[in-house]
Design a protein. Structure first.
Length: 107
């Protein structure tokens, strides 16, 4: 089965979901990190690491943020996945270029 490639400009890295949470969600709600952490049921330090884009959004955190923001966990997980995938593809570009795709004709 061939991989479906999305046709979009990939020169610019995707935004870390922590930045969206910080700049769009918390600012529009006028919530402090401490208050948001309390409402999410996590430590202030844990939330701060995400908002500072130093820590990824885990599945558990996506469930919490999705419930809190009212938009579900899948959105937050997709944003994190896009962020991770873009950075790893760029980091591993040389290694990946050496891998030859398998052809069904040769099997």
């Amino acid at each position: 089965m061939a991989e479906y490639l999305v046709k979009r400009p990939l020169k610019r890295p995707p935004v870390h979901p922590g930045e969206i949470l910080r700049e769009d969600v918390l600012k529009s709600l006028d919530l402090s990190v401490s208050e948001a952490a309390r409402r999410l049921g996590v430590s202030r330090q844990q939330l701060h690491r995400i908002l500072a884009c130093k820590h990824p959004i885990s599945t558990e955190m996506a469930l919490r943020i999705g419930k809190f923001a009212g938009n579900g966990p899948a959105l937050w997980l997709r944003m994190q996945q896009a962020y991770d995938l873009w950075h790893l593809e760029n980091k591993m570009a040389d290694e990946l270029s050496k891998i030859e795709p398998i052809s069904l004709k040769n099997v």
